[in-house]
Design a protein around this ligand. Sequence first.
Ligand SMILES: O=P(O)(O)O[C@@H]1C[C@H](O)[C@@H](CO)O1
Ligand code: HPA
Length: 274
Amino acid sequence: MTLPASAYQDAAAAIRARCDLTPRWAIVLGSGLGPLADHVEVSAEFAYEDLPHFPRSTAVGHAGRLLLGRLEGQAVVVMQGRFHLYEGWSPQQTAMPIRVMHALGARSLVVTNAAGGLNPQMQVGDPMVITDQINLMFQNPLIGPNDDALGPRFPDMSQPYDPAYGETAKAAARRGDFACHAGVYAGMLGPTYETRAEYRMLRRLGASAAGMSTVPEVIAARHAGMRVLGISTVTNVCNPDALGETSGQEVVDAASNASSKLLAMVTAVIRSAG
Ligand SMILES: O=P(O)(O)O[C@@H]1C[C@H](O)[C@@H](CO)O1
Ligand code: HPA
């Protein structure tokens, strides 16, 4: 579906009409990670269905709420649930909330997701700081007329994820004494999980985690010049030579069980950038 050029400004105006907080940080909570929002001192809350042009959350483990408030004293806007291409939304729709949060004032973005762990050292529940991404969705939210006021026609993607944010997140994991990996996120279209042959291919391509989100959001964020921290939670181990079955519920449960690690890392970064 094509969105009107003013879609993100319309949604931002509807939010501003009810809440004058200017968020510094935008946070996207992935599958099963919604409970992180319990730590936000909430000033205003919006159901996605009440916001103009916003898609509806249909994915399991995604509440479908936008919150404005404070986390660690910092003004934040939090997406409790995101949009995926596999739900039938267009790349523009999946990325539109990033532009809304940017229009509200956010200049840094935290993206979180549940992902399959391709690196043999990974265990369920381990976080992975995303260092780079591979767009295997073969779709891009910037297709179509470029909004020059937002960013360039041909955005640079040499460093989509901010190394300083990543180092701070890894330091928080060391302090918390839990395993934390760093690696490349492969964005897949879904909704099928990958076959053994596909997991094998992803390893050979240099990916450490496979997921079904994040890539369009990070493209939109970098287009607008936002600094990005990305963290995956490993919810299933993808060993092509001994692959077990995976279900959506298992993924959500594994991500929820690991959410305290994610909270420690995200709050450390937000605090340090204070
Ligand atoms: O929104 P995220 O990327 O956390 O969701 C992941 C990918 C799929 O939506 C789902 C698959 O289990 O979890
Ligand atoms: O193994 C996976 N592949 C793709 N997306 C995922 N989301 C959680 N686990 C996976």
